[in-house]
Design a protein around this ligand. Structure first.
Ligand SMILES: [Fe+2]
Length: 446
C-alpha cells in the first residue's frame, strides 16, 4: 500500500511536470508564432499603404497629363487648380488616410504647384521629410520611398516622375501620405486580433494534447515501474536461492546490504554507485549455486583442493551477472568481495585501491555480519570482540580509511542490524532499495 502511495505521488508529480512543460512550450510557440504573424501583418499593411500612395499619385498623374506638354509644364496655374481640386475632391479627407503634403516640380526642379494640408496635426514634421531644394529625378516606373512613424502613425514619403500622354517624364511629384488615426487603430486591432487567435489556437491545441501525452507517458512510467519491480524481484530471488542452499535464510543478504549502504552513505558515495552496491550485496555469493553440496555444505574445514573449488564461486557469480545488462554493475562486488587490501585475497589478488571501492565497502560489512551473527559452528561475537577482530585486519584485509569510518558507526549499526532476521529488516531494506532505484523508473524531462 505504501509503495502504491509513493508511486501515485510520483505520478502526480509527473502530471505537474508535464502540465508545466506543455504550458511553457505552448506559451513559447504562441510567442514565436504571434510575433511572426505580427511582423507578417505589419508587412502586408505597410505594402497596402504604399499601394494606396502609389495609386493616388497615379490617379493625379492621369488627371493632369493633358496639362503637361512634351517640353514641360506649360500651364502651372492649371496644375495648381487640379491639385487643389484633388485635395478637395469628394470623400476628402479619406477615412483611411490621404496625402497631406504634395509638391509638383518641373524638370528643372522648380516648384509648379503645392498642396499643404495645413490642418494636419503633424504637418511641420512632414515638411522636414521632403526634399530641400530640387529633388533627384527618378526614372520612369521607378520611385523613391521612405516610411516614417510619427506618434505611431506611418507616413509614406513618395517621389516619382509625372509623365505626359506620350509617357515622357516631364515633371516630378513628391508627396506625403498619412494613414488616419482611425485606420491605424483598425489596423492595430486587426493585427492583435489575428495574433490573439493564433495564440488561442496554439494554447487550445496544447491543452487538447495534454491528456493524450499524459496517458502515453503515464503508461510508460507504469511500465518502467513494473520493470523495476521485476528487476528487484530477480535480485531478491537470486539472492534467496543461494541463501536457501547455503544458510537456509536470506537475512544475511538483507543485513549486509543495509550495513554496506550505511557505510557508503557515510562516505558520500553517489546514488548510482549505491545502486550497484545494493545489487552486489544481494548477489555477492550467487556463484555458490555452482558449487557442489559436498563442498558447499561440508560441516568440517575444507581441504586445500576443496577450498580451491569453493573460490570458484566468485567466477561463477561473475558469469551469472554478465548475462544480464541490469546486473552487470554488481560484478565489482560479486567478483572482488574476497579480495584483501594487502593483495592476499582472491580471485585476482588485487590490492589497495585497485580493489573497487564497492567491494572494499562490502567486505567490511560481510565480515562484520559474519562475526556478529550466529552460525552452525559458532555463537555470535559481542560488539567489542567483533571490532577487535576487524581492527586486526586494518590495512591487511580492510581499507584502513573505510574501516576507521565503519568502526565509528559500528556501535549504532550493531544495535540496528546485528543478528536480525525479522520481517522488519526485510521491509527496511526494501524501502531503502525502492528509494535508490525508483527515480530510474520516472520519466525525466531534463
Ligand atoms: Fe563469497
Amino acid at each position: 500500500m505504501k509503495k502504491d502511495g509513493k508511486r501515485s505521488v510520483r505520478l502526480s508529480r509527473f502530471h505537474g511536470k508535464l502540465a508545466r512543460r506543455l504550458a511553457l512550450a505552448g506559451f513559447l510557440i504562441s510567442l514565436v508564432l504571434g510575433f511572426s504573424v505580427w511582423v507578417h501583418e505589419r508587412t502586408v499593411v505597410g505594402d497596402a499603404i504604399v499601394s494606396r500612395a502609389l495609386l493616388g499619385t497615379a490617379n493625379f498623374n492621369a488627371q493632369i497629363e493633358d496639362l503637361i506638354e512634351a517640353s514641360g509644364v506649360s500651364d502651372r496655374k492649371a496644375v495648381q487648380r487640379e491639385l487643389d481640386e484633388y485635395g478637395t475632391r469628394p470623400g476628402v479627407p479619406d477615412p483611411k488616410g490621404d496625402f497631406v503634403l504634395v509638391t509638383v516640380y518641373d524638370s528643372e526642379g522648380g516648384v509648379v504647384a503645392e498642396l499643404v494640408e495645413t490642418g494636419y496635426v503633424h504637418i511641420k514634421q512632414m515638411k522636414s521629410l521632403v526634399s530641400v531644394g530640387p529633388p533627384a529625378f527618378p526614372a520612369v516606373g521607378d520611385y523613391e520611398l521612405e516610411v516614417a512613424r510619427v506618434e505611431g502613425i506611418p507616413h509614406v514619403a513618395i517621389a516619382l516622375p509625372l509623365t505626359n500622354r506620350s509617357g515622357d517624364p516631364v515633371a516630378y511629384i513628391e508627396g506625403i501620405y498619412a494613414v488616419s488615426r482611425e485606420a491605424m487603430a483598425g489596423i492595430r486591432r486587426g493585427v492583435w486580433e489575428t495574433v490573439a487567435w493564433v495564440i488561442a489556437i496554439v494554447l487550445v491545441t496544447t491543452a487538447l494534447l495534454y491528456p493524450t501525452i499524459l496517458t502515453l507517458m503515464g503508461r510508460l512510467t507504469r511500465l518502467s515501474l513494473s520493470l523495476l519491480d521485476a528487476n528487484l524481484e530477480t535480485l531478491s530471488v537470486l539472492g534467496s536461492a543461494i541463501a536457501k542452499r547455503d544458510n537456509d535464510t536470506d537475512a544475511h543478504n538483507y543485513r549486509v546490504t543495509l550495513l554496506s549502504v550505511r557505510l557508503a552513505e557515510s562516505m558520500g558515495l553517489d546514488p548510482p554507485e549505491i545502486q550497484s552496491l545494493i545489487k552486489g550485496a544481494f548477489l555477492h555469493d550467487v556463484g555458490k549455486i555452482g558449487i557442489r553440496d559436498s563442498i558447499l555444505l561440508k560441516p568440517d574445514h575444507l581441504t586445500d583442493e576443496e577450498f580451491e573449488v569453493m573460490k570458484t564461486h566468485v567466477q561463477h557469480g561473475r558469469d551469472i551477472c554478465e548475462r544480464s545488462a541490469w546486473l552487470k554493475d554488481a560484478i565489482d562486488v560479486v567478483g572482488h568481495h574476497h579480495e584483501k587490501f594487502d593483495g592476499s585475497g582472491y580471485s585476482e589478488g588485487l590490492d589497495g585501491t585497485e580493489i573497487p571501492v564497492r567491494a572494499r565497502i562490502f567486505s567490511i560489512a560481510d565480515v562484520f555480519d559474519a562475526l556478529t551473527s550466529k552460525r552452525p559452528y559458532k555463537e555470535p561475537f559481542s560488539l567489542e570482540e567483533s571490532l577487535e577482530i576487524l581492527s586486526k585486519g586494518r590495512g591487511i584485509h580492510f581499507d584502513p580509511a573505510l574501516l576507521d569510518l565503519f568502526l565509528e558507526m559500528a556501535p549504532a549499526l550493531y544495535q540496528e542490524v546485528a543478528g536480525r532476521e525479522d520481517e522488519g529488516l526485510r521491509r527496511e531494506v526494501e524501502r531503502l532499495t525502492q528509494r535508490y532505484f525508483s527515480d530510474d523508473s520516472e520519466v525525466h524531462f531534463d
